[in-house]
Design a protein around this ligand. Structure first.
Ligand code: ADP
Ligand code: MG
Length: 400
C-alpha cells in the first residue's frame, strides 16, 4: 500500500493512551441466561502502537473490539479514547475505523460510494469528500477501481476497499477483526506485507488487531495480548512471549511447545538444573517479573521445549536419548514427529526439516538443545509457589 502523508489531522497532543479498556466486562443475555463473553478486561494501547488480541475462537476477542467500537455495551467497566470516556457514546461519535472479516461493503454501491459513505456520516464537507476518497483508495492501491461494484472485485480487493473506508475518516484508532481470515493463504501473506506497510504509513494510529492466527500477530503487533475464556492471559512483546512465555497456555498457543513436567534442582541467576523423569537437564529460568515467581529448589515447573529445537539421529550418539516414533506427518517444509522418549514424561513433538521418512515404532536418538528450554510456572501446582499465577487479568498494569 502506498504511503500517506495527509492521513493524519488530529495530531496527538496528550500523553494519554490512545485506547484504554478499564476492567471491562461484557455479558450477553440477562439473569440466569447471561453468558460472560469478556471478564475484567484491562488493556492500554499507546498512540501509534499496534496490539494484537490473539486467542482461540470464542475467547472474547471480537467482544472486546465491539465494546471499544460501541457495538456492544459493557456490563461493567469503561472504555476511553485519548483519555475521554466513550463508554456511553454511539459508535459514530467515537470516530474509530473498523474493518471486519466479512468486509461488510454495501453491494449496490460503487467502491467510491462505499468509501464516501463513512465520510458523509461523519459530516465531512461535501467538496472534500472526493479528494478524501481518492486519498484512502490510493493508500490501499485501489484508486483505479473507484467505479467498480464490490462483486466485480476479488476478496482481497474487497478487503482493501473495506480498509480504505475505515481509513477515510482519518481515525486515531483502527480496529481490525480477523481481516485476512476469509482470504486464501497466498493472498493472506501478501496482505500481511501490505498491512505492515500501512502501519508504517500511519505512525500515529493506534491499532487493535484481532486474530486467532499467531503468524499474523507476530508479523504485525508491537505487543500481543493473549486471550482465553473471556480473559486476558498474558500481554507482552511478541519477542518476550515467544522467548519466555509466562504461562503454559501462551507457550502452546504461540508457536507450539512441548511442556515437560519437571522439578527444579538448582538455580543460578537465569540458569537452572531440572529433573524431568529420569533426565537431568539444563534450563533457562526467566528472571522474576510481574506475576512470575522466582524459582527455588523443589519447585515443580514445566519445561517448554520448542519442537524445532530438537534434533533426531541415531541411537547411541553422544547425549542422545532413546525414543520410539509414535507418528510422523510430513508438512512440506518439515515433518512433525511424535516420540515416546525413554525416561521423559509424556510424548515429545519434534519438527524435522524436510521430508523425514521413518517407520512408526522405529527407535531413534533424540538430542535436546542445551539448555533444553525455558521454565514456565506449573499452573496446576501454582498455588503452592509464591506469586506463581497461571493466568490473570491483573497481569496488565492497572489502568489509571
Ligand atoms: P472470539 O472473537 O474470540 O471468537 P467472541 O468475542 O465473538 O469470541 O465471543 C466470546 C463469547 O461470547 C463466545 O462464547 C460467544 O459464543 C459469545 N457471544 C458472542 N456474541 C454473542 C451474542 N451476540 N450473543 C450471545 N453470545 C455471544
Ligand atoms: Mg471473533
Amino acid at each position: 500500500m502506498k504511503s500517506a502523508t495527509a492521513a493524519r489531522t488530529g495530531t496527538a497532543t496528550t500523553n494519554e493512551p490512545a485506547i484504554v479498556f478499564d476492567r471491562v466486562g461484557v455479558s450477553y443475555g440477562r439473569g440466569r441466561k447471561a453468558a460472560v463473553a469478556l471478564a475484567d478486561f484491562t488493556l492500554r494501547v499507546a498512540v501509534g502502537e499496534t496490539v494484537a488480541l490473539l486467542g482461540p475462537s470464542g475467547s472474547g476477542k471480537s467482544t472486546a473490539l465491539k465494546a471499544l467500537a460501541g457495538f456492544v455495551r459493557p456490563t461493567s467497566g469503561a472504555v476511553r479514547l485519548a483519555g475521554r470516556d466513550v463508554t456511553d457514546l454511539s459508535p459514530a461519535a467515537r470516530g474509530i475505523g473498523v474493518v471486519v472479516q466479512s468486509y461488510a461493503l454495501f453491494p449496490h454501491m460503487s467502491v467510491h460510494g462505499n468509501v464516501a459513505f463513512g465520510l458523509k456520516s461523519h459530516r465531512v464537507p461535501r467538496d472534500e469528500i472526493g479528494a478524501r476518497v481518492t486519498e484512502a483508495l490510493e493508500m490501499v492501491g485501489m484508486a483505479g477501481f473507484a467505479q467498480r461494484l464490490p462483486r466485480e472485485l476479488s476478496g482481497g480487493q474487497q478487503q482493501r476497499v473495506a480498509i480504505a473506508r475505515a481509513l477515510a475518516i482519518r481515525p486515531a484508532v483502527l480496529l481490525l477483526d480477523e481481516p485476512l481470515a476469509a482470504l486464501d493463504a497466498q493472498l493472506r501473506q501478501a496482505m500481511l506485507g501490505e498491512l505492515q506497510e500501512l502501519r508504517k504509513a500511519l505512525p500515529d494510529t493506534a491499532m487493535l488487531y484481532v486474530t486467532h492466527d499467531q503468524a499474523e500477530a507476530l508479523a504485525l503487533a508491537d505487543r500481543i495480548a493473549v486471550m482465553r475464556d473471556s480473559r486476558l492471559v498474558d500481554i507482552d512483546t511478541a519477542e518476550n512471549l515467544w522467548q519466555r512465555p509466562p504461562t503454559d497456555f501462551t507457550a502452546a498457543f504461540l508457536g507450539g511447545a512441548n511442556l515437560v513436567p519437571c522439578t527444579v534442582n538448582h538455580v543460578t541467576g537465569t540458569a537452572a538444573l531440572v529433573t524431568a523423569g529420569t533426565a537431568t537437564l539444563r534450563a533457562q529460568a526467566p528472571q522474576p517479573g510481574v506475576g512470575l515467581a522466582d524459582w527455588a529448589p523443589d519447585d515443580s515447573a514445566l519445561l517448554c521445549i520448542r519442537p524445532h529445537t530438537i534434533t533426531l539421529g541415531k541411537t547411541g550418539e553422544r547425549d542422545a536419548l532413546c525414543a520410539t516414533v509414535l507418528t510422523s506427518v510430513w508438512r512440506g517444509a518439515s515433518t512433525r514427529v511424535e516420540l515416546a522418549v525413554d525416561g521423559l514424561p509424556g510424548d515429545l513433538a519434534v519438527d524435522v526439516p524436510g521430508h523425514f521418512t521413518t517407520e512408526v515404532g522405529a527407535v531413534v536418538g533424540v538430542r535436546l538443545p542445551d539448555p533444553a528450554g525455558v521454565l514456565i510456572p506449573n499452573a496446576v501446582d501454582g498455588g503452592r509457589r509464591r506469586g506463581a499465577t497461571g493466568a490473570g487479568a491483573g497481569r496488565e498494569e492497572d489502568a489509571s
